[in-house]
Write a protein that binds this ligand. Structure first.
Ligand SMILES: CC(C)(COP(=O)(O)OP(=O)(O)OC[C@H]1O[C@@H](n2cnc3c(N)ncnc32)[C@H](O)[C@@H]1OP(=O)(O)O)[C@@H](O)C(=O)NCCC(=O)NCCS
Length: 243
């Protein structure tokens, strides 16, 4: 990573200008008239470094994992995690507000093998699932997905073991995932979609500084009834402002 190009990307971010690579070309989405002639020249001068940076910096390089937080190690799931993951994704109470059903000893192997493939956000429309390890055991997971490059949107989700609830682990892991999404993948907005009755999840959004954006009425059919979906989100400049 070269410092001038990285600094330029930060400055462009501040101005609401997003660079991305599509079909091998450097492209930009920007507010009207935001890219002055001088800025265009600056981008042109650093084109090669910017493309180099975005080519990899567009998502985390594989070496970016694990992400280590104060108490947790975050990394893609892998073979060997089955017992730990089944311990929480096998419990009915965890799925009260989720579309899926609890995993079973018969389905856990296939689930972990499938999720292990969601191991990077290098490309648009990639999906990442990070297991959160505490003292060598996976106690929860955080999903982060991204949409098409030009829209720079992401979505986050979380599932943690109820026995480890109430210690801030989900908050710590989700904050690291938001940092990854905003600071490395350079997403513009990251949202969470949740059942508004899911009080623990609502509080988690609030602790993370995600704003309520709206309520989608009867947006899905959940376990025998229509259910609302609340949308919470954070924008890149809101994230930066919080430091
Ligand atoms: C949503 C979910 C991850 C939240 O779990 P959680 O334990 O409440 O969240 P955290 O691990 O961040 O812990 C936060 C709690 O610990 C407390 N806490 C203690 N130490 C803390 C610390 N260092 N930092 C932050 N919070 C701390 C907080 O006050 C908070 O308690 P409160 O909610 O009673 O105020 C969990 O309920 C879950 O997995 N639910 C099932 C799956 C699900 O519904 N997922 C949502 C799909 S959208």
């Amino acid at each position: 990573m070269t410092a001038p190009a990285a600094a330029l990307l930060d400055e462009l971010d501040e101005r609401g200008i997003k660079l991305y690579i599509s079909d091998g070309r450097l492209r930009a989405v920007a507010p009207k008239d935001a890219i002055s002639g001088d800025l265009r020249q600056l981008i042109e001068r650093h084109r090669a470094e910017l493309m180099d940076l975005l080519g990899h910096g567009d998502g985390p390089a594989p070496s970016a994992f694990p992400l280590v937080t104060e108490r947790l190690v975050l990394r893609p799931l892998r073979a060997g995690d089955e017992v730990d993951v089944l311990a929480y994704r096998g419990r009915a109470e965890v799925f009260g507000y989720l579309d899926d059903n609890p995993l079973t000893p018969a389905t856990i192997g296939r689930y972990v093998a499938m999720m292990a493939q969601f191991a990077s956000l290098d490309h648009p429309e990639d999906r990442l699932l990070l297991g959160a390890e505490l003292d060598g055991h996976v106690i929860g997971d955080i999903a982060l997905s991204r949409g098409r490059a030009r829209h720079a949107q992401g979505e986050i989700g979380w599932v943690f073991h109820p026995d480890h609830s109430g210690h801030g682990y989900a908050t710590e892991a989700a904050r690291a995932a938001l940092r990854l999404g905003f600071e490395r993948v350079r997403l513009h907005r990251i949202c969470a979609r949740l059942d508004p009755r899911n009080a623990a999840s609502v509080r988690l959004c609030e602790r993370l500084g995600m704003r309520p954006e709206g309520l989608l009425r009867d947006e899905r059919w959940l376990k025998g009834d229509w259910a609302d979906v609340a949308v919470y989100a954070c924008l890149d400049h809101e994230w930066r402002a919080r430091g």
